[in-house]
Design a protein. Sequence first.
Length: 189
Amino acid sequence: MKFDKDAWLLEAIRIKYIIPREDGTVWRRKWISADLKSMSREVHLIKQRTHKATQRVYFNLTFKGITKSVLVNRVIALAFLPNPLKLPQVNHIDGDKSHNYLKQPTPELVEKWGEYQLEWSTGRDNEKHAHANGLKTGRGSQNSNAKLTAPQVVEIRASAESPSAIAKQYGVARSTIVNILEGKTWIHV
C-alpha cells in the first residue's frame, strides 16, 4: 500500500504537532507521545533547508515513527488553501521557490501576482506557468536544437495548409509539424 504523505501531514497539522503559519514558517512541538495523546507545550521553529539542485525549501519531519522530507510550500497549502479539485502540485505564483508565505506581502505584489503566493495546480499548468513567466528554459525556442520560435508555432497552428506544405515553408520535417498540431510538442505555447 502506498504511503499517503498528505494524510500524514494533515494529521500532524490537525493535532497541532506541527503548526504552519501564513508567513511560511512551520513550528513543531518539542515532543509527542507514541500514542499521540500528549505533547509538549513548548514549540520550536523548524529549520528549513534549500535543496541545492532544485532550490525547493524543505524540512525533515518525524511523526508517528516515520521520517520524511517535507516541502514547505506543500505544508502551507495543505494548512490554508482549499483543494476541492484535488490538484496534485503547489505552484509558487511569483516563481520564487523560497517564497513560501501564503499571501503576497505588499500591495505592489498583490497587483502583479494576485493576493496569494501559492496555489494548487496540475503538473501541466505548473509547467506552463514556469515557461510563460520565463522561469524555465530548455524548451521551445530556448532549446539549442529548436528550429522554430513560439510565434512560428502559433502561425503553424493557425494555418489551413497541409502538414507537408507547412513543413516545406518552415524548413522542418513533416513529423515536426504533425507533433505541433497534435499537441505533442510545444505544449507550453
